[in-house]
Write a protein that binds this ligand. Structure first.
Ligand SMILES: [Fe+2]
Ligand SMILES: [Fe+2]
Length: 116
C-alpha cells in the first residue's frame, strides 16, 4: 500500500489516506464494480476539506499553497470523473492517473503537514 506506507504522523489523516489507497488499489486491479470510481472521487474531495479541518483543529494554520493545490486538484478530479462518466476514460486508467497525482501531492505537500 503506497499511500499508507507514507505517513504524515497524524492518525486521522493517515487513516483517510489508507482508505483512499485501498479504493485505488481495488479499482486498478479490477476487483470492484466500476461504480466505485464515483465514490472514490467524492471521498477525495471530502478528504481535502477534512485534511484542512484536522490540521486547524490541532491549532496549526493550514498552508495557503497547500490549500490552493487542493482547489486545483478538486477541479482536475471533477474533470476526470466527467471523462469517466462520458466513457472517455476507463476506471483503471483514471485510478492510475489519480494515484500518480496523489503520490506527487503527498511528497510535495502532505508529507510536511506534521512539521512544526
Ligand atoms: Fe491528503
Ligand atoms: Fe493535501
Amino acid at each position: 500500500m503506497w499511500y499508507s506506507a507514507t505517513k504524515t504522523g497524524i492518525n486521522e489523516i493517515d487513516l483517510e489516506h489508507g482508505n483512499i489507497d485501498i479504493m485505488l488499489t481495488m479499482i486498478i486491479s479490477h476487483k470492484v464494480d466500476e461504480e466505485l470510481v464515483g465514490k472514490l472521487i467524492d471521498t477525495l474531495l471530502l478528504h481535502f476539506q477534512s485534511e484542512e479541518r484536522i490540521v486547524r483543529k490541532m491549532g496549526k494554520s493550514f498552508p495557503q499553497e497547500h490549500h490552493a493545490e487542493h482547489e486545483k486538484l478538486t477541479t482536475t478530479l471533477r474533470q476526470k470523473k466527467r471523462q469517466w462518466s462520458n466513457g472517455e476514460l476507463e476506471a483503471s486508467e483514471l485510478a492510475l492517473e489519480v494515484k500518480q497525482i496523489l503520490l506527487n501531492h503527498f511528497s510535495e505537500f502532505d508529507a510536511f503537514l506534521n512539521a512544526e
